[in-house]
Design a protein around this ligand. Structure first.
Ligand code: BGC
Length: 393
């Protein structure tokens, strides 16, 4: 049988079926299977890919159209956020390709438009959506079975663009309807902030659950360390809860101090010692910098909660007065916990928080927008960067 795409002079996405260079294996369920024909022309699209474990292997290349087995919704990418995890993957320190493949389509902070949706799936063509990052492990563990894949117990979860599943850094991708989240169309490109905001929605959910281990806990003061995208979003959530919010960062220049003040929060430039007198009920550590992580332990008010959100590189040894720290934490009922990823409920909470936030302020978080053609610039770290976003045409 002829290739349906070639006979009609183009495929379902309107692209020509010319001579092609296939740089990734056409995955199972690709265009070939859908036409039912024996032609082996997969539909191609551009995607940012990496070879996990190999530094500086990122490329913009032509890859096969996402397979139907990735989900019934076909999404046209609009924007892709870049975060510290992407930098780690690009530098070869993190990330895994899907089983049997060498390269991974990068990207987990997505925003796209629904291009195809089966009837009755809850999504319509044109909907603005974000894809959930994690998929439950196949066992599944009790947490994944309950939809809490963010708390996966056996580590066999997968993550789009990070761990064994292609990401959202291609011109098109597919999503299972249950792993797609609708975004308020009024947010437009700002919807790309939903995934990082979901990380904070979970962090706040867990912080509050832990804090309420005593029925009299009424947090008043929040300290956020780090004024990157995660820190600034942590501060936004704190302000939305009516807390007195303090943000500490190293820099005294650039847009960070202004963004913090625009929230009605207090900005501190320098070291933690500069705010010695402050007794925060909640500390959200958003840098992952080992020296700051050790400095925030034991620094909360009595019955306080310290929430660790940053992923650090291991290996550095720091001196710590473990006995003194233990004494403070025990005698003052301190809690310290780590948090990663987010489940569906957190994405919904995050969508509400973004919808309530000031648009101009959210705009300020996106410090650079880079067209797909100049994708490599998005992977460079520049001094004034907050959130860098790749824009798709
Ligand atoms: C992502 C999370 C993910 C984590 C670990 C973060 O950058 O936002 O969704 O779970 O990396 O892979």
């Amino acid at each position: 049988m002829d290739c349906m795409d070639c006979r009609s002079g183009g495929n379902e996405t309107g692209e020509e079926c010319g001579p092609v260079t296939i740089t990734l294996e056409p995955p199972e369920g690709s265009r070939v299977d859908r036409t039912g024909g024996d032609c082996t022309h997969p539909v191609l699209m551009r995607a940012i890919t990496v070879r996990p474990g190999k530094a500086n292997s990122a490329q913009l290349e032509e890859v096969a159209e996402p397979p139907l087995s990735d989900g019934a919704l076909l999404i046209r990418a609009r924007a892709l956020g870049v975060c510290g995890t992407d930098h780690e993957i690009v530098s070869g320190e993190y990330g895994w390709a899907p089983a049997g493949e060498e390269r991974l389509v990068l990207g987990h902070e997505s925003l796209g438009t629904v291009e195809r949706a089966p009837d009755g799936c809850g999504f319509a063509i044109g909907d603005l959506v974000v894809g959930i990052v994690r998929r439950p492990d196949p066992v599944p563990c009790p947490a994944c079975a309950a939809g809490e894949w963010d708390m996966c117990r056996n580590g066999r979860y997968t993550e789009r663009g990070i761990k064994q599943r292609h990401g959202y850094g291609g011109e098109r991708y597919r999503l299972e309807p249950e792993f797609a989240v609708k975004v308020d169309p009024a947010l437009g490109l700002l919807g790309v902030l939903l995934e990082p905001a979901s990380i904070l929605a979970k962090a706040w959910d867990q912080t509050e659950r832990i804090g309420h281990r005593t029925g009299t806990w009424r947090p008043r003061i929040l300290l956020v360390t780090g004024a990157g995208p995660i820190g600034l979003l942590a501060a936004l959530f704190g302000v939305q809860r009516g807390l007195e919010v303090h943000v500490l960062d190293r820099v005294s220049e650039g847009s960070k101090p202004g963004l913090v003040r625009a929230l009605g929060a207090i900005y501190h430039a320098g070291e933690l010692q500069s705010i010695d007198g402050l007794a925060p009920d909640i500390i959200m550590e958003c840098t992952g910098a080992p020296s700051l992580v050790s400095a925030v332990l034991g620094r909360s008010a009595c019955c306080g909660v310290v929430c660790l959100t940053g992923v650090s590189a291991g290996g550095g040894l720091l001196e710590l007065d473990t006995g003194g720290l233990n004494r403070t934490m025990v005698l003052q009922n301190h809690a310290v916990f780590g948090t990663v990823n987010a489940n569906r409920a957190h994405y919904r909470t995050a969508a509400d928080a973004l919808a309530k936030a000031d648009r101009g302020w959210l705009e300020g978080l996106i410090s650079r927008r880079v067209p797909l053609e100049r994708w490599h610039e998005a992977l460079e770290r520049r001094p004034d960067d907050i959130k860098v976003v790749v824009e798709f045409a």
